[in-house]
Design a protein around this ligand. Structure first.
Ligand SMILES: N[C@@H](CCC(=O)N[C@@H](CS)C(=O)NCC(=O)O)C(=O)O
Length: 494
């Protein structure tokens, strides 16, 4: 099992203050529900505190975490495509690793002193712990080789050099990824480079003087490069589905981070669809194959909602370059935000194809609970702050206490795989509305893979949305005539 010690903070962008710690356990419903409107059984409702929730996290008794052999230095946001390559490579090769996140807006001195380029990714290979190395690295610092070596540690930077070094130093860990002496590898790399270069040309190659004809030429260049990639994939030995055959290789890993963004963002930003089952079917099959690769899909893969939401955030931040957004930019932002909102409507239905008893689902619940509990202060503050720093359009709840309570209920339900949540603490319509608002904001703020893996995010988003829906449906409506049951027949299971 990969020892994956993530020091990230959930939804960590611009969290400047924390939720009050003065939140106290709510009074039990039985002691305060004397109203004629109270119709649910007067059960004692007790929601565990964050401390209790933290203490009840199951310890992994079945396996002891493996000693990390590599430290991966990657960006705090989880948006760096070069880091993503190394992240996937470590997982495909099943090398035990830990992560240290580097804030690229304020790089720490230790990182700048260690890595000459000051760029992520970099890795520290704990040479002294290796038993299977055949490495002949010499002690010293060679900027040409992009590494610094001592008898105990080897520090390497530059994503492709890192992937080569992992092959060299971990010959018995998983497949060799960088078969660069193979002509097929180099040919595939060229095909992918053409797609990337045409894609970036269309995305960033324009300026105020670019004509419609020039833009059209760039779009055609991308379409042609995608066609070439599809044709290339149709000729792969043994029918693919990957670029070199039936196994994920280094050349697939090199291009995954770019293509996963392109596939979600290009249809919205530039009206280019990369593939469907009928349009470039071999490329479509490649996407499906990488989506089915556990090393990628369980943690590193970004999901459609996140890449869509990130696209609008990026447009807002970088689109204007300090000037007012143009009419066209505003229209693009509106289109992207509408697409992101449409995707949120699916959160409630999307269980990720998992069944509540399967191991993957249980692991996803646990990952989501761990992240929520570990980062609850930032999460509660973020969904209830008066001055949001990003995704302002989502709005925030004004009731921090109800937000905190509702999120504890979610964490509790994830930990105990318990789909029945007692809603009696949210009978008051105003409380229910505010708490539901907070839950929906958390669901929409969740970013994959920055905050957690895709499967965990699916489970968490679904629970947040369902609880929000149930709270609102169940809340006391002061305009309702007495005697009409409030317990909604629409209440769904979390
Ligand atoms: N060629 C490098 C590129 C790495 C790179 O550009 N990393 C970016 C993050 S995506 C970075 O560290 N930027 C920080 C900066 O420019 O100061 C590689 O393949 O590793």
């Amino acid at each position: 099992m990969v020892f994956n010690k993530v020091r990230s903070s959930l939804i960590a962008v611009s969290i400047l203050y924390h939720a009050t710690s003065a939140f106290t356990q709510p009074t039990s419903a039985s002691s305060r529900s004397t109203s004629l409107h109270a119709i649910a059984p007067a059960a004692t409702v007790s929601v565990p505190s964050w401390v209790d929730l933290g203490e009840s996290l199951p310890s992994d008794s079945t396996s002891t975490p493996e000693q990390p052999l590599v430290t991966l230095y990657r960006d705090t946001n989880g948006w760096c495509p070069f880091c993503e390559r190394v992240w996937i490579a470590l997982r495909v090769k099943n090398i035990p690793y830990q992560e240290t996140l580097v804030n690229l807006q304020d790089k720490p001195d230790w990182f700048l002193n260690a890595v000459p380029t000051g760029l992520v990714p970099a890795v520290m290979i704990h040479t002294d712990l290796l038993t299977d190395t055949s490495s002949s690295s010499k002690e010293g610092d060679s900027s040409e080789e992009k590494e610094k070596t001592t008898p105990e540690r080897t520090l390497v930077w530059e994503s492709v050099d890192i992937m080569r070094k992992l092959d060299e130093m971990f010959p018995n860990h998983g497949p060799k990824l960088m078969n660069e002496d193979d002509a097929a590898f180099l040919e595939a790399r060229e095909v992918c480079a053409a797609v990337q270069s045409a894609g970036f040309g269309l995305l960033y190659g324009g300026n105020a003087t670019t004509t419609a004809v020039e833009t059209e030429e760039k779009r055609s260049a991308l379409e042609a490069a995608l066609d070439a990639m599809d044709a290339h994939l149709s000729k792969v030995t043994n029918g693919g589905p990957f670029l070199l055959g039936s196994e994920l290789s280094g050349v697939d890993i090199e291009v995954i981070p770019t293509l996963e963004r392109f596939r979600y963002q290009f249809p919205l930003l530039r009206n280019v669809t990369l593939s469907t089952t009928t349009l470039r079917p071999n490329l479509q099959r490649w996407f499906e194959a990488i989506d089915a690769s556990p090393a990628y899909a369980s943690r590193v893969a970004g999901d459609e909602y996140s890449w869509t939401a990130v696209a609008s955030t990026f447009l807002r931040i970088f689109g204007s370059r300090g000037n007012e957004l143009t009419v066209e930019q505003n229209a693009t932002i509106a289109r992207v935000e509408a697409a992101a909102t449409a995707l949120t409507l699916d959160f409630v239905n999307d269980s990720g194809g998992a069944d509540s008893t399967d191991d993957g689902y249980v692991a996803a619940c646990r990952e989501a609970a761990e992240k929520l509990i570990a980062n609850h202060e930032a999460v509660v503050a973020d969904c209830s702050r008066a001055d949001p720093k990003s995704q302002k359009e989502l709005g925030r709840s004004s009731n921090v206490e109800r937000a905190d309570l509702a999120l504890r209920m979610i964490a509790d339900s994830l930990l105990n795989n318990n789909s029945d949540v007692n809603l009696t603490l949210f009978r008051n319509k105003k409380d229910a509305t505010e708490a539901a608002f907070a839950l929906r904001t958390v669901a929409k703020r969740l970013s994959v893979p920055r905050d957690m893996g895709g499967p965990a995010a699916k489970v968490l988003r679904r629970r947040l949305m369902v609880l929000a829906q149930n709270m609102e449906a169940n809340a006391k409506d002061s305009t309702r005539p007495l005697g009409i049951p409030r317990r909604s027949k629409f209440q769904s299971k979390l």
